[in-house]
Design a protein around this ligand. Structure first.
Ligand SMILES: NC(=O)c1ccc[n+]([C@@H]2O[C@H](COP(=O)([O-])OP(=O)(O)OC[C@H]3O[C@@H](n4cnc5c(N)ncnc54)[C@H](O)[C@@H]3O)[C@@H](O)[C@H]2O)c1
Length: 434
């Protein structure tokens, strides 16, 4: 099939590349010239495991093309995916300006019937708005299908290649059949393609992210209670996770959720309810999360006192989760800003997100080239992101480099008893202090 994907960010680039990998001819379009000129040379402008190799392979095979020329892409494609951003707008609502602008630009250059597929996460009703905007501009037939994307950054290629399910919302049977055919190679193991109306498809993405965020805030709230009453959230988590109605996934306590999706999608879901459906549960999910992002600094102040002037803290992990360099709404930003306000100095290390961190903090913090380098002369180590390389460090070296052996772990990576035995003062989430 001949496809175009508009927007070559995390979602558009992964989708376009994976569609090319299954044999389609794909033209990826972006307005960002720097991004496109890097991609033309096979360079992916962000970190996503396995993606760059796949982009290069499909560029070489001449199935994948990058351009800023929307008209060319529209003329050469029958199916056009919209994967541009839907950032948080006023009152928490999702801002669909980029999506509608893209739809209008497509309709201006259309020279025949096209199927438009929304991959961006959009509020219920957006498919209808796209159709209205486009039919007002072009005489050619337009089918609009909602196809929300569920991939996770850090495992995006695998998620796209083997989705748990594919959701198609729309009532144009010809377009639905074409998309089913397109997705067929990705669901060979029997995972379903679910066809529904556009409102349910659009809603399902918000409901999915809302449930995942709820699980995180739930276990974080439980971890606070565990600390207060002297229970161990690790044990509690295992018990509840073995209940098949609950399941073991996504109930790890930590420093709160971040990233480009959960925070904005939860706010957008709340905003969709307007004044009629006030969404008390999701408001609480957000409130718990806002508090959780401050938990590490509360522990820092509990240990060192409220005045942090002259103190230096090492931070391991800056991206909002491992295997990505994405720092949008990352808990690390809240933690570091709070430490800086308190008068402390910060020395940070992340395996992939250093360039992103420099854009946010500039010269307000120090950047280490290696994880141990960040520890030199620091009063304590704070662990914010659970990158694999932080799981089994050389504790002797940590002790040698730190001014005092204090570790404040936001991801419960280590055993409290073992840490105590090695001479550390160890704080973690929802467990007794070491
Ligand atoms: N990142 C994720 O993990 C994820 C997962 C599922 C769904 N989503 C949703 O997918 C959408 C895209 O997210 P993302 O993280 O890929 O965003 P992103 O910011 O990484 O990428 C968006 C891209 O669109 C480009 N763009 C904007 N306007 C354009 C236009 N008029 N024409 C061409 N290109 C244009 C931008 O330059 C940018 O490269 C959002 O709605 C998001 O909520 C994201």
């Amino acid at each position: 099939m001949n496809l175009a994907v508009i927007g070559t960010g995390y979602v558009g680039l992964v989708a376009g590349t994976c569609f090319a990998e299954s044999g389609n001819d794909v033209i990826c379009v972006d307005i960002d010239k720097t991004k496109i000129s890097a991609l033309v040379k096979g360079r992916v402008p962000f970190y996503e495991p396995g993606l760059e190799e796949l982009v290069r392979k499909n560029l070489e095979e001449q199935r994948l093309f990058f351009t800023t020329d929307l008209e060319e892409a529209v003329h050469k494609s029958t199916i056009i995916f919209i994967a541009v951003g839907t950032p948080q707008g006023e009152d928490g609502k999702a801002n669909t300006e980029q999506v509608l602008k893209t739809a209008k630009s497509i309709s201006r250059v259309m020279n025949g019937a096209r199927t438009i597929v929304t991959k961006s996460t959009v509020p219920v009703g957006t498919a209808g708005e796209i159709r209205r905007v486009m039919t007002a501009t072009t005489p050619h037939p337009v089918a609009v299908i909602s196809n929300p994307e569920f991939l996770k950054e850090g495992a995006a290629v695998e998620d796209f290649m083997k989705p748990d399910r594919v959701v198609l919302g729309g009532d144009d049977s010809q377009a639905i059949e074409m998309l089913k055919e397109l997705y067929e190679p990705f669901v060979r193991t029997g995972n379903p393609i679910l066809v529904m109306d556009t409102a349910s498809a659009e809603m399902s993405k918000y409901a999915s992210n809302a449930m995942l965020a709820t699980k995180i805030s739930f276990i974080n709230e439980v971890s606070g209670l565990c600390e207060k009453v002297g229970a161990d959230v690790g044990q509690v988590r295992r018990v509840i996770g073995l209940d098949r109605r609950i399941g073991p996934h996504f109930i790890f306590p930590g420093v709160g959720y971040g990233g480009s999706c959960f925070p904005k999608d939860i706010r957008a879901a709340i905003a969709m309810g307007d004044e009629e459906i006030t969404m008390p549960l999701l408001r609480a999910v957000e409130q718990v999360n806002d508090h959780q992002k401050l938990i590490l600094v509360e522990k820092v102040r509990g240990h060192f006192g409220s005045d942090l002037t002259g103190r230096t803290f090492a931070v391991w992990g800056l991206s909002f989760k491992p295997r990505t360099d994405d720092m949008r709404e990352a808990p690390s930003v809240v933690v570091i800003e709070d430490l800086l306000i308190g008068g402390a100095r910060v020395q940070a290390y992340d395996p992939e997100a250093m360039a992103e961190a420099k854009k946010i903090f500039g010269d307000r913090i120090r950047y280490a080239n290696r994880n141990y380098e960040a520890l030199q002369g620091a009063d304590a180590l704070l662990i914010i992101t659970d990158w694999n390389e932080f799981r089994r460090p050389n504790f002797q070296r940590i002790k040698e480099f730190l001014k005092s052996p204090v570790v404040i772990d936001g991801r419960n990576l280590y055993d409290p008893a073992e840490m105590r035995r090695m001479g550390f003062t160890y704080y973690s989430i929802g467990r007794k202090n070491g």
